[in-house]
Design a protein around this ligand. Structure first.
Ligand code: CMC
Length: 431
């Protein structure tokens, strides 16, 4: 039987069914492994573990393919916009005109936050990281919309929570920046589109008119689309795991923002710029840093290189690299860090270690440089990633709640600690 996997253990053979995805990937279903054999699997970092069936995003790391609901990322980046992509991810199909208008309307008209939310920003100490602020404020939305903690299976309640969250995250994010520079918190403007509105809230002030640059807004929109979903990555798996306790959307996404923050995930774009700056300040000796990255003892990694799934190239990084050139050409920014980045990429891509380890520039290698050119402060880069990833988190959370095979997430472990040990009273313990 080649449509099953056979496992022979303790003299007995067991058969486990094969599951085949639409694009041909295969998995063997071990959901009954423990009940039938008494064994569990051991897979730290989940390198070989599929945690769910999903219809949202397909990616082939060997071929460098990324599809949102079947549509290639390259086509979306060229023809679509962030809100349309959000609709596609969340609802499963490209919207028709009427559906998109309705969706736009709802997102636009939920972008204001409750006035009391503004008081929360006053409670943080000086210069808090905006990821911590955004996660906290997003979690606090559950206190403002308490009825939506009750039933995560009610379609109308889910829909309105989705609109609120998508609409308010740019406002929440922009306020975290405004607060940090001591400027008043501007209201969103309903006449602007999603990314224009974010730029307006980030950069306008009551003393002068902020001139919106359509090219900047489009560049930002493309970046958001490229980040919109990436199947079961660390933060998305977090959103699903938290959501699997039937926890509300706000709490699940708040946890996702924290998971995204780390430098190995969404914090990498900030880490890339800090690394490039460090190389620049050190005299621009790129070879020295490439050498360090190859020395395991140095614990130094080239930020923006490598990906758990993409082993040949990251399709998003190609689009982003082109975008970076356009943005830099247009803004005539003399950015020494771009030169360092290009040199780093050139040297690393020819280097035996990087070739052998299949380490290529990932989506975050260039995104930070673009954000920097757009005037977005470095500690806001992971927040930009969070705004982009939000529709993906929402789509995955919604899919989880509707899953007929839904069960609370609960991995097992292999315990390696002490065996049963008797309690020793304090005065009998040796020093
Ligand atoms: N620089 C130098 N060596 C590296 C790097 C790097 N950036 N990434 C991986 N390696 C080496 C690593 O030392 C290991 O070597 P060896 O087998 O000799 O011990 C080997 O490559 C495999 O590394 P790994 O950590 O087991 O690979 P992983 O698939 O678990 O990790 C990764 C993937 C993205 C966490 C990792 O490549 C990394 O830390 N990259 C830098 C951080 C980064 O850019 N993160 C953003 C990822 S893209 C945005 C997102 O989707 O989150």
């Amino acid at each position: 039987m080649d449509d099953t996997v056979q496992i022979t253990y303790a003299g007995k053979t067991y058969h486990f069914p094969i599951l085949e995805g639409t694009c041909g990937e295969k998995a063997f279903d071990i959901s009954k492994l423990r009940s039938e054999t008494g064994l569990i699997t051991f897979d730290p970092g989940f390198l070989s573990t599929g945690s769910c069936k999903s219809e949202i995003t397909f990616l082939d790391g060997e071929k460098g393919i990324l599809l949102y609901r079947g549509v290639p990322i390259e086509q979306l980046a060229e023809h679509s916009n962030f809100l349309e992509v959000s609709y596609l991810l969340i609802h499963g199909h490209l919207p028709n005109k009427g559906e998109l208008e309705q969706f736009n309307f709802h997102i636009t008209h939920h972008s204001m936050v409750h006035e009391s939310i503004k008081n929360l920003y006053d409670g943080f100490p000086k210069n808090p990281h905006p990821m911590a602020v955004c996660s906290t404020i997003v979690g606090s939305l559950a206190t403002f919309y308490q009825e939506h903690q009750v039933n995560v299976r009610d379609e109308r309640e889910i829909e309105i929570s989705i609109h609120r969250l998508l609409a308010k995250l740019p406002t929440i994010a922009a306020y975290s920046f405004k607060k940090s520079i001591g400027q008043p918190l501007p209201y969103p403007k309903n006449s602007l589109n999603y990314t224009e509105n974010f730029l307006h809230m980030m950069f306008s002030n009551p003393c002068e008119e902020y001139e919106l640059d359509p090219i900047t807004a489009r560049a930002l929109d493309v970046l958001l689309m490229l980040h919109a979903d990436h199947e079961q990555n660390c933060s998305t798996s977090t959103v699903r795991l938290v959501g699997s306790s039937m926890c509300n959307l706000f709490a699940s996404v708040s946890a996702g923002i924290y998971a995204l923050w780390g430098p190995l995930h969404g914090g990498a774009n900030q880490a890339v710029i800090e690394m490039l700056q460090h190389i620049y300040d050190d005299g621009g000796q790129v070879e020295k840093f490439v050498g360090m990255a190859k020395t395991p003892d140095s614990k130094f990694r080239l930020m923006g290189f490598g990906h758990r799934v993409y082993k040949n190239f990251d399709p998003r990084s190609r689009i982003i690299k082109d975008l970076a050139y356009k943005v830099f050409e247009r803004s005539h920014v003399n950015e020494p860090l771009l030169e360092i980045a290009l040199k780093l990429e050139e040297i690393a891509l020819k280097d035996e270690y990087f070739i052998e380890h299949k380490l290529y520039p990932n989506v975050d290698f260039y995104s930070g440089l673009i954000y920097k050119a757009l005037g977005i402060p470095v500690n806001m880069f992971p927040v930009m990633f969070a705004i982009g990833r939000l529709p993906g988190w929402i789509a995955q959370w919604k899919e989880l709640q509707a899953d007929e095979e839904f069960r609370i997430g609960r991995p097992r472990q292999v315990y390696m600690g002490r065996g049963k040990t008797d309690y020793i009273p304090l005065d009998e313990r040796s020093e």
